[in-house]
Design a protein around this ligand. Structure first.
Ligand SMILES: Nc1ncnc2c1ncn2[C@@H]1O[C@H](COP(=O)(O)OP(=O)(O)OP(=O)(O)O)[C@@H](O)[C@H]1O
Length: 258
């Protein structure tokens, strides 16, 4: 089943065409890689899908209860409500909050008590707070940060901050998770364990994942399909094997190992 359908997506910044006529079909449960040299337009593409930018041209349709719905230009909070969550290339945690507070704050959209219950501290308030606490703890276990749940986010090593961002994105119960360079700044061991984690999340949470990544070992190991951007254009898409052998891709990465 098609979950997200992107057609002819284009974004111009003045005279620069950062994303040019890109189309992409994403099926439910797929794990898709988006690669390309620096400045190819990958983050801009994510920003268009998650409502940060309005497209200059093109359509973005999300399957909402079986109906393809145009989400292009919708506000980011609305896009999140419809089931798209993301992490950022430059980590955006609440630095002075603890790990668990960072996860809990992302659950606000489905908190089930009213403001009156909160002010009067009614039983429904405590019950709901317990549920949120329990779910946040479970998510921290998934990403391997349960023991560090009470540490401030900015005291965590870089690799753990990236994992915390993933837990926070999962707290929004997404249908599609967009990961922007999740392995950036990680050493080879951290990257290997992150690779496993992403695979496990896709299988356990039964969600669709699209990731931007420069680490080819990660991309080639877990992505079922890969799209390649170069100067804003999609120059190839296919299985990891097809991408490895694609002459346009080899040219775009001239001299680099794919
Ligand atoms: N808000 C903006 N205003 C003007 N130009 C922008 C803006 N955002 C991105 N660009 C330009 O658009 C092009 C694509 O940038 P983008 O960040 O999407 O590339 P990328 O593939 O994610 O790169 P990297 O791998 O280095 O993160 C670049 O030339 C960038 O300078």
């Amino acid at each position: 089943m098609t979950l997200l359908s992107v057609k002819g997506l284009t974004k111009n910044f003045g005279g620069l065409c950062a994303v040019s006529n890109v189309s992409m079909e994403i099926g439910e449960g797929e794990l898709i890689g988006l690669i390309g040299p620096n400045g190819a337009g990958k983050t801009t593409f994510f920003n268009l899908l998650t409502g940060v930018y309005e497209p200059s041209e093109g359509t973005i349709e999300l399957n909402v209860n079986g109906k393809m719905t145009d989400i292009a230009g919708m506000k980011p909070y609305r896009v999140t409500q419809l089931g798209l969550a993301r992490t950022f290339q430059n980590i955006r945690l609440f630095k002075s909050m603890t790990a668990i507070e960072n996860v809990k704050i992302a659950m606000h959209k489905d908190i089930r008590y009213g403001s009156l219950s909160a002010i009067l501290r009614l039983p429904s308030y405590y019950k709901e707070e317990e549920r949120v606490e329990r779910e946040a703890q479970e998510l921290l276990k998934v990403v391997g940060l349960y023991e560090k749940r009470n540490e401030r986010a900015d005291n965590l090593p870089y690799g753990e901050q990236r994992r915390l961002e993933i837990a926070r994105a999962l707290a929004a119960r997404p249908r599609i998770l967009f990961l922007d360079e999740p392995a950036a700044g990680m050493n080879p061991q951290e990257t290997a364990s992150l690779t496993q984690l992403i695979h496990q999340i896709r299988n356990d949470f039964r969600i669709t994942i699209v990731l931007i990544e420069h680490d080819m070992s990660l991309v080639m190991k877990i992505c079922e399909r890969i799209y390649v951007l170069d100067y804003g254009k999609c120059i190839a898409n296919g299985t990891p094997q097809e991408i490895k052998n694609n002459e346009f891709v080899i040219k775009a990465y001239l001299g680099e190992e794919i």
